[in-house]
Design a binder for this molecule. Sequence first.
Ligand SMILES: *[C@@H]1O[C@H](CO)[C@@H](O)[C@H](O)[C@H]1NC(C)=O
Ligand SMILES: *[C@@H]1O[C@H](CO)[C@@H](O)[C@H](O)[C@H]1NC(C)=O
Ligand SMILES: *[C@@H]1O[C@H](CO)[C@@H](O)[C@H](O)[C@H]1NC(C)=O
Ligand SMILES: *[C@@H]1O[C@H](CO)[C@@H](O)[C@H](O)[C@H]1NC(C)=O
Ligand SMILES: *[C@@H]1O[C@H](CO)[C@@H](O)[C@H](O)[C@H]1NC(C)=O
Ligand SMILES: *[C@@H]1O[C@H](CO)[C@@H](O)[C@H](O)[C@H]1NC(C)=O
Ligand SMILES: *[C@@H]1O[C@H](CO)[C@@H](O)[C@H](O)[C@H]1NC(C)=O
Ligand SMILES: *[C@@H]1O[C@H](CO)[C@@H](O)[C@H](O)[C@H]1NC(C)=O
Ligand SMILES: *[C@@H]1O[C@H](CO)[C@@H](O)[C@H](O)[C@H]1NC(C)=O
Length: 420
Amino acid sequence: MMRSIFSAIIFLVLTRVVYAIDPRWGQGCTYIDRTEQIYCFGGEPFSENSQQILVYALNITGNSVLDLSEPQWTDIPGDPNGIRPSAASRFTFTGFPGTDTFYIQGGIVCTSCNYNSGFKYSVSSNQWNQTNKNKPVVDASSALVNDILYSFGGQTSPLTGYDQSNTTYRNTVYYINAKTGADGPSVKPQNETQLPPFTWASSMVYSYVYRSLFIFGGKQLSATEVTASMSDITVVSPQTGVYSKWKNIRSTSGSLPPARWGHSTIIDSSNRTVVMFGGCNDSGKAMNDLWLFNLDDAVWSPQETTGTPPTPRCRHSVVVLGKYMLVLFGGNDGTFNSDINVALDMTTWKWTNAPTNILPSDSSPPIDFPNSSSPQGSEGINEGGDSSSNISGGAIAGIVIGSIVGEDSSSLCLRNETDI
Ligand SMILES: *[C@@H]1O[C@H](CO)[C@@H](O)[C@H](O)[C@H]1NC(C)=O
Ligand SMILES: *[C@@H]1O[C@H](CO)[C@@H](O)[C@H](O)[C@H]1NC(C)=O
Ligand SMILES: *[C@@H]1O[C@H](CO)[C@@H](O)[C@H](O)[C@H]1NC(C)=O
Ligand SMILES: *[C@@H]1O[C@H](CO)[C@@H](O)[C@H](O)[C@H]1NC(C)=O
Ligand SMILES: *[C@@H]1O[C@H](CO)[C@@H](O)[C@H](O)[C@H]1NC(C)=O
Ligand SMILES: *[C@@H]1O[C@H](CO)[C@@H](O)[C@H](O)[C@H]1NC(C)=O
Ligand SMILES: *[C@@H]1O[C@H](CO)[C@@H](O)[C@H](O)[C@H]1NC(C)=O
Ligand SMILES: *[C@@H]1O[C@H](CO)[C@@H](O)[C@H](O)[C@H]1NC(C)=O
Ligand SMILES: *[C@@H]1O[C@H](CO)[C@@H](O)[C@H](O)[C@H]1NC(C)=O
């Protein structure tokens, strides 16, 4: 009793407006519609006071102009005596549409900190709850499909705080039930020989039209460690367990997007066009280019934009709000961003730091990107996938969270670790 009163007082006293958050990468960010705020958690470099677990909130003030040049974050300290995860980065992260909660799992954690199994955070109670005891994974990509959070790849290394002396890698899709937090098994491959290489720092989207998870880029470990080519797209049907690789991936510009890791991908509401932003190349240099991938044609095209784009970055987060994609944080060659920077209007492809009418209203139509509404069939592209029937089930409520993960390269890593 005393403790909860005490916590309530702490909560009231310490909640304050901060104009900028420390620069970081590898954080998780999501929009919660019940409170009309964006919430971010974690990321590195870990602060000296890494035991202090803060959640940051940004008020999306109705339909007025949001000033992203000086965003006013509020920091929310957690209950120091309550259940909470360790300070972490590059964890698996998702918000749950229609609820006031988000979920984190794994990631690298502060020195000598406990590993993060699954934790759910409730915005309204400012409380964390442990939802499973799963083995932590760092640098997995993920996508929420109805109530199932699918993840792909990643590693369990000593940096995750898990008690083991070597690193184990993954190359399968696995999942949890988002409602209960209960662990699901890996999506059993129909044919083991079709599994992709061990992969981390990739990105993933789910298309309801293709009933498939699409995995882009990342670092792969086969004979050596390489950054996955953008012609190397792994497509997984969670229903059938078919892991396939799309062939004949082309680009309208003649050259494929540069290979990358720590980038972001989202899918539009037609479930046919993927938007990819940024990431780091094989030399660890960050990019700020924008590409569209048309699933029907299996073709990449560079998307021209106007306005001032975000600086090059990887391990950033993106949050989609109505027609805008907001780019948050991220790093580049040892420097880190604290800015939300700018939002991309995906109807005009203009970057702006003063988006208007940002919240989707109930009457506004879902955003389909230009060209994405002219499907041309997919015969001969998907090897064995189940692309002809439509999935039934709920929606993602118009909010798509790009899952951003990254991978160390010596020039970028602030921690003295060599084994990840
Ligand atoms: C967000 O901003 C709106 C408009 O200024 C205000 O009415 C609301 O109380 C704010 N919400 C929070 C949680 O601060
Ligand atoms: C915390 O999680 C456990 C296990 O999932 C659940 O039984 C419990 O009800 C949760 N508590 C709260 C306050 O949500
Ligand atoms: C990893 O560690 C386990 C347990 O210590 C050991 O059995 C296994 O051989 C190790 N694997 C490699 C690849 O070093
Ligand atoms: C599994 O995939 C390999 C390589 O694509 C193929 O050669 C083999 O025939 C497949 N096995 C079955 C049972 O389909
Ligand atoms: C994808 O398709 C589903 C089902 O038709 C729809 O509810 C959803 O809004 C679409 N877009 C996204 C981004 O999920
Ligand atoms: C990465 O980008 C930098 C800067 O554009 C370039 O100099 C370098 O060659 C690129 N590395 C690779 C492997 O593409
Ligand atoms: C969109 O259409 C324009 C004009 O028809 C074309 O130049 C462009 O390549 C198309 N983009 C995509 C992604 O198909
Ligand atoms: C999929 O959905 C589209 C649009 O709702 C519809 O025209 C088409 O017949 C559906 N396909 C199947 C196989 O159900
Ligand atoms: C990292 O650790 C190694 C081994 O402990 C040490 O030799 C090296 O100087 C350290 N590097 C940095 C940049 O701290």
